[in-house]
Every structure is written in C-alpha cells, then in structure tokens.
Design a protein. Sequence first.
Length: 79
Amino acid sequence: MPELDEHGRPIRDLHGITLQQILEYLVEKIGFAEMALEVPVRCFQLDPSIKSSLTFLRRTPWARAKVEALYVHLRTRER
C-alpha cells in the first residue's frame, strides 16, 4: 500500500499540490542550502527566494522533476 499524506492521498501523487507548496515545504524542512546540494541550480544557490525558484522551475522541466522527486522522497521518509 502506498504511503499517504495528511489528506489520505498517495505521496507519489502530486495531484492538487502546487509547485509553490512543494517549495515552501522543502524550504521549511531542509532549507535552500540543502536544496542546492540536492538540485544544484543557481536559484537555490545565489540569493534564493521562493519567487525566483518558481520562475526558474516553471521554465525548466528537468529541474522541476528533480525538485518534485526530492519532495516525494522526503515526504515518504517522514512517514
């Protein structure tokens, strides 16, 4: 049985979770410095912010996929 989030949805299912919610969760849990180690992109390394990260990730599918995978990994691990 898949791991479920607090709403009863499978964690692997990102349906209904916005990119902003993912970023806010990651910043709260591990911070931009750790995110930059996991996904080495400038928007996490130099003067990071949610706004700049959203702009970059919306235009860069490979980076967004890595951030989403990191989110799923951390959510699964915390269960």
